[in-house]
Design a protein around this ligand. Structure first.
Ligand code: ZN
Length: 157
């Protein structure tokens, strides 16, 4: 089977919250994409509840796009400790971490339920499982701990 970089990462050694470049890949036509690990919770010690991670996903999809050009996708990890971010081109982990910090501040200070997109049965696959309250609490927690642009040591942006 193919080796997947995410599974070779030693999850016991990382210190969340952090932003890490997982890989930069070049397609057959020369296009470059970069895949990031946006880690909110310490692996195997905490996980974001589904209502919170689901609402964070919906907000990040819009608010991170307001701050970073070329976003292809932002999706939650199955382990619920963070998100994949995939972008066209290359953006430094530092710039992504700063954009994430600003987005989390916006979630805590400004975003209301009416600002969250895709919260009805027509536009979401599980619209009943959202929690803006819990999303805000997790955003506060990540901001209080600080977001590092290095995974194995604290280098907070
Ligand atoms: Zn949804």
């Amino acid at each position: 089977m193919a080796e997947v970089e995410s599974f070779t990462l030693d999850h016991n050694k990382v210190i969340a919250p952090y932003v890490r470049v997982i890989a930069t890949e070049k397609g057959p036509k020369g296009d470059i994409i970069t895949n990031y690990d946006l880690r909110f919770a310490q692996p195997n010690q905490a996980e974001i509840p589904t209502g919170a991670i689901h609402t964070l996903e919906h907000i990040l999809a819009a608010s991170l796009r307001d701050r970073l050009a070329g976003i292809i996708d932002v999706s939650p990890f199955g382990c619920r400790t963070g998100f994949h971010l995939i972008v066209w081109g290359e953006i430094s982990a530092t710039d992504v971490a700063i954009a994430l910090k600003e987005t989390l501040k916006e979630i805590v200070e400004e975003i209301e339920w009416s600002d969250v997109q895709g919260t009805d049965a027509k536009s979401c696959g599980n619209y009943k499982d959202h929690s803006l309250f819990s999303a805000k609490e997790w955003a506060k927690l990540v901001l209080a701990q600080g977001i590092s642009d290095l995974p194995f040591e604290r280098h907070i942006v």
